[in-house]
Ligand binder design. Structure first.
Ligand SMILES: N[C@@H](CCC(=O)N[C@@H](CS)C(=O)NCC(=O)O)C(=O)O
Length: 228
């Protein structure tokens, strides 16, 4: 019988979906090896990496000859394949469907809207040397606010986590995305105590793996603060 090799993940920890994968692997103690792909150095566009993922995006997971892209698919695969506590991706059909419901919505709402704030406030000025486009930033913040409203009213409601009483991979995807604007020293949950309490519960549930995954982002924030 073929032996299963250590799972390898290709990550850049400045990337939100990469951090979600990193946190799951570490908090569930799944043996793995991280291969860093520095996006700022264009390492995602090398011929070797393009062979792995023609989309030239991280994260990518490799296990033996099995190559998987898309954080959503990777997280669900890891939860299904490895012996992780069941609450991460419940087997019971309705509970699992709740996680799938959020993750489908995540990629058209939480992700683009939170990412836009970071892109406009941090990435574009860093890459072009131009000032922040205030008009576009105001519009992005307003779209994000609508999404935060829905996160509270549709998903969180009065429950501790997005899909119920226990943390699931949906919370990881959302928490990593909503933490990204902190790289520009902007706390998008500042006026949302319900979501702040949720974020604290997520951090408490995954322990030090949250800060470990976010160390690079927090260092970016600290460098910006030092410059002001
Ligand atoms: N839907 C994908 C999105 C992956 C993605 O957009 N990755 C970004 C970093 S957050 C990336 O690799 N960007 C490199 C590029 O587009 O050049 C997922 O959830 O895994």
């Amino acid at each position: 019988m073929a032996t299963r090799q250590l799972v390898e993940v290709y990550l850049d920890l400045l990337s939100q979906p990469c951090r979600a994968v990193h946190i799951l692997l570490n908090s569930c103690k799944i043996p793995h090896r991280v291969r860093t792909v520095a996006l700022r150095r264009g390492e995602n566009r090398t011929p070797e990496f393009t062979k792995l993922n023609p989309m030239q995006k991280v994260p990518v997971m490799v296990e033996n000859d099995f190559v998987l892209t898309e954080s959503d698919a990777i997280l669900k695969y890891l939860c299904t394949r490895y012996d992780v506590p069941e609450h991460w991706y419940p087997r019971q059909p309705e509970r699992r469907a709740r996680v799938d419901e959020y993750t489908a919505w995540h990629h058209t709402h939480t992700r683009p809207h939170a990412a836009a704030v970071f892109i406009l406030e941090v990435l574009v000025p860093a890459q072009t040397g131009s000032a922040v486009d205030r008009g576009r930033l105001v519009r992005a913040l307003s779209e994000l606010d609508e999404t935060l409203e829905k996160l509270e009213s549709m998903f969180l409601r009065r429950r501790p986590f997005l899909c119920g009483d226990d943390i699931t991979l949906a919370d990881l995807l959302a928490a990593c995305e909503l933490t990204q604007p902190l790289g520009g020293d902007r706390d998008v949950l500042k006026n949302r105590p319900q979501l702040q309490r949720w974020r604290s519960r997520v951090q408490a549930a995954v322990g030090e793996s949250f800060d470990r995954a976010h160390a690079v982002l927090f260092a970016l924030r600290d460098r910006r603060r030092a410059r002001l």
